[in-house]
Design a binder for this molecule. Sequence first.
Ligand SMILES: CC(C)(COP(=O)(O)OP(=O)(O)OC[C@H]1O[C@@H](n2cnc3c(N)ncnc32)[C@H](O)[C@@H]1OP(=O)(O)O)[C@@H](O)C(=O)NCCC(=O)NCCS
Length: 144
Amino acid sequence: MCISVDLLDDNEAKLQIMRRAEPTFSETDASKHTPEYYDKICRNAYFIAATRDAEICGFCALYANDLKTKTAFITLIAVLPGAQKTGVGSELLKSAFEIARDKGMRRMCLEVEKQNTGAIAFYKRGGFTETAENGDTIYMGRDI
Ligand SMILES: CC(C)(COP(=O)(O)OP(=O)(O)OC[C@H]1O[C@@H](n2cnc3c(N)ncnc32)[C@H](O)[C@@H]1OP(=O)(O)O)[C@@H](O)C(=O)NCCC(=O)NCCS
């Protein structure tokens, strides 16, 4: 099995994989994924696509433009069900760190639902620690 990760430019391709991954998110998370939210990602985020056997099987969208705080933010990451737990998410994270560092960022942050214990375990494995919580949301971060 060969996994590769690359920045994607094509907005239609970004929308397609984000829509395909929609069922992997909880109802609460999915309700935040409005057309405006997707549009903002297409315009302003770095969008990394993971390809396995010539098919896109996951993605990570991150903002890395806050030169004041030098803090990047992962807004969305998902791996399609058939490809989960095979290291695709880890490759996406690694690539996100590289891109963020390349853009002058020193830290990476994200938000995750408290109930999403799988994702929390994944982020902890990726070096993130909890920095705060508010209601159902956990804030995590790590230096990069
Ligand atoms: C979270 C997600 C991106 C992880 O991607 P993945 O490709 O399955 O992760 P990997 O295979 O790279 O796993 C890396 C490590 O995280 C751990 N991990 C991943 N998913 C896990 C889960 N559900 N429960 C516990 N640990 C998990 C793995 O065990 C692995 O540890 P290891 O290296 O010791 O084996 C994926 O499960 C997903 O798309 N979830 C649905 C969407 C979502 O919730 N996104 C996050 C919203 S904030």
